[in-house]
Design a protein around this ligand. Sequence first.
Ligand code: PLP
Length: 390
Amino acid sequence: MRAPPALASAVARLGTESAFAVLARARELEASGRDVVHLEIGEPHAATPAHVAEAAFAAVRAGETGYCPSAGLGEFREVIADELARTRGVPVPVERVLVATGAKPFLLFTVLAVCEPGDEVVLPDPGFPIYESAIRYAGATPVPLTLREDSDFSFDPDELGALLGARTKLVILNSPQNPTGGVVPAADLEAAAEHIMGTSAWVLSDEVYARLLYEGAFASIASVPRLLERTVLLDGLSKTYAMTGWRCGYACVPEPLVEPLVRFFVNSTSCVPPFIQRAGIAALTGPQDDVERMVAELRVRRDLTVAGLEALPGVTCRTPGGAFYAFPNVASVGVDAETLAARLLEEAGVAVLAGSAFGAAGADHLRVSYATSPELLEEAFARMGALLAA
Ligand code: PLP
């Protein structure tokens, strides 16, 4: 007998997101009759704005259901260029704007397009797990940039400077941040840009939570003069417009990356469905009241979450400045964070994630996604309190 067919060894280097695994286990428990409060998945509580959904329905009715250009519809790319230029305060050439099936393809394909074995990629630790997955898959080396809890999960620009070297191919930044809700101050982004300009590294600035900000004005590293030339400025519809399932993200990318990224799209998804892009045009150009309402609701839930977590024995929690995640420190609870997360799900019916799933610096923390109703949040904290008191 011949040996069974084998997988490519690189597949073993491809990581995953624990949120989907925990969600699957939570659903199993629910199927067996248990009640679970979901604080694991990173998804807005709100519905997609009605006028946005209507734009998609109208486009389907009008027959816009075929293939379309892989870079995105020209009209949508123009709307995105205007939006990015307005919100980041820099000229954004429409030829460099691309549309993909979510923000995620830009993460994977950018890393695949620029990294080779031996290259180093600086990434936030803790950080969105797909960064490390893509870097390892490409055979490159992840270089963690520690986010400091005592700086509300921002980083020290000089620490970033010390990590940069001749082998640094890419620097990934994310603000507002998953999993901590941290926001990098504008002055620190400017200092980071200074360091990066002295290297030949690309930058990927993941700004998918740009509009989910509770204090101050949004700051992007791409606003620093000349940095956009080497930056993938990434945003999308998923979080801002409660459109996670629609799969539509967009970016302004450096000129040399335009054609390679489009080729990755041609080789994988071909294009974002045109009716989804019509919805995207409606989202970016139509009324923004739904977004404003959602952010106001999230602010209330954030405050309720920080208060609820701080009231638990052994738990402390910084106040997140953006996104919809809290990252409480559970080092003093008396059980490690992985065990605590597992017991919260299995015994108390509260689904949260262990912080270590986001990198070594996430140890001793939980990630709590508070984009759910205030009633469910209260229920979750009551259940957590009962478990910790037992
Ligand atoms: N970047 C960050 C930091 C995220 O948290 C997420 C989703 O959780 C994504 C990117 C992926 O977004 P999308 O749904 O648009 O692919």
